[in-house]
Design a protein around this ligand. Structure first.
Ligand SMILES: NC(=O)c1ccc[n+]([C@@H]2O[C@H](COP(=O)([O-])OP(=O)(O)OC[C@H]3O[C@@H](n4cnc5c(N)ncnc54)[C@H](O)[C@@H]3O)[C@@H](O)[C@H]2O)c1
Length: 191
C-alpha cells in the first residue's frame, strides 16, 4: 500500500510528509491526503494505532474524513518521509513552566528527523507556533548541520501560522483563509 501511494503521480508530483498528527497536523494530513500522496508521521504509537483504526480521540476528524483521505499513509516511522519532497512540521511548542517561552525541544527533534530525510530542492513548511525568527534562526541551522545541505540553495523553507480552533466545526481548515510565507517567491508560489 505504502509503495503504491508513493509511486503514484500527483499534480506537480508533490509528495508530502506531515510531522505530528495532533489537533493541527491531522486535519491537514487528511485534507491533503484526498489529493496528494501524504505520509503522516507521529512518534506516539498509540496515536498511530488509533488513527489506523480511523479513531481520532481529539474528535477533530471524523471516521469518514479519515476514510476519504485515500492517499494518506499514517506511520510512526519517520524514515518513510524520505520519499517526500514537501515536509510540513506540526509538532507541539508548549510554553515552558510559568514563562512565555516556548519549549522548542519537539521542534528541534522534528528538524533533526527531517534533515535525515531531506533531498535537494525539498521544501520544509513550519506550522508550529513560536516567536518570530524561529524558522531561520533556530530550525534552519539545525537542518543545515544535520543534512549538510545549504539553505536557499539545496532546500527551501516556508511558514504558515495555524488557525485551527479545536471544537469549532463552523470555521475549519477548508473554509478559513490560510496565511503562507516563504524564503523566496518561487517557494511561495509552490506553497
Ligand atoms: N491546537 C490548536 O488549537 C493550535 C492552534 C494554533 C496553533 N497551534 C500550534 O500548532 C502546533 C501543534 O499543536 P497541536 O495542538 O496540534 O499539538 P498536539 O499535541 O495535539 O499534537 C502534536 C503531535 O505531534 C507528535 N509529535 C511530537 N514530536 C514529534 C516528532 N518529532 N515527530 C512526529 N510526531 C511528533 C505528538 O505525538 C502529537 O501527536 C503547536 O505549536 C501549537 O502551539 C495549535
Amino acid at each position: 500500500m505504502i509503495k503504491k501511494i508513493l509511486r503514484m503521480n500527483f499534480k506537480n508530483n508533490y509528495k508530502i510528509s506531515v510531522i505530528g498528527l495532533g489537533y493541527v497536523g491531522l486535519p491537514l494530513a487528511c485534507e491533503l491526503g484526498r489529493k496528494y500522496s501524504v505520509i503522516g508521521v507521529d512518534l506516539n504509537l498509540n496515536r498511530v494505532i488509533n488513527l489506523k483504526k480511523k479513531i481520532d480521540i481529539n474528535q477533530e476528524v471524523t471516521k469518514n474524513e479519515l476514510k476519504n483521505a485515500k492517499y494518506l499513509h499514517i506511520t510512526n516511522n519517520h524514515k518513510l518521509a524520505k520519499e517526500c519532497n514537501v515536509h510540513i512540521v506540526t509538532v507541539p511548542t508548549p510554553l515552558k513552566n510559568k514563562t512565555n517561552i516556548p519549549d522548542l525541544s519537539y521542534l528541534k527533534k522534528a528538524c533533526e528527523m527531517v534533515s535525515k530525510n531531506l533531498k535537494k530542492k525539498d521544501i520544509i513548511i513550519f506550522e508550529s507556533t513560536s516567536y518570530p525568527g524561529t524558522s531561520e534562526e533556530f530550525c534552519v541551522p539545525i537542518i543545515e548541520k544535520n543534512s549538510k545541505f545549504k539553505y536557499k540553495k539545496d532546500f527551501f523553507v516556508g511558514y504558515s501560522p495555524e488557525r485551527i480552533n479545536p471544537g469549532d466545526k463552523k470555521h475549519s481548515l477548508v473554509n478559513s483563509a490560510k496565511i503562507v510565507s516563504a524564503c523566496d517567491s518561487s517557494t511561495l508560489n509552490k506553497i
